[in-house]
Ligand binder design. Structure first.
Ligand code: SF4
Length: 66
């Protein structure tokens, strides 16, 4: 049962790769140069919280699961 959901405002992503650098287990850059989470439903935040904090575009959001 997921406790958190990742919301990515992908249009704001500048493709810096920071999320993938700090949280490679769940973040990758796609061929268009923008990030994508591998899993959007999480049981634990883990390094995803670091990705939120390090993202210079502030486009990664984590919300409680509905
Ligand atoms: S850290 Fe933010 S701006 Fe940089 S690639 Fe990841 S989502 Fe995009």
């Amino acid at each position: 049962m997921a406790k958190f959901v990742i919301k990515l405002e992908r249009e704001k992503c500048i493709g810096c790769g920071s999320c993938a650098a700090v949280c490679p287990v769940n973040w990758e850059l796609k061929d268009d140069g923008k990030a994508m989470p591998i899993n959007t439903e999480l049981e634990d935040l883990g390094c995803n919280q670091t990705a939120v904090e390090i993202c210079p575009a502030r486009c990664i959001h984590i919300q409680p699961a509905p």
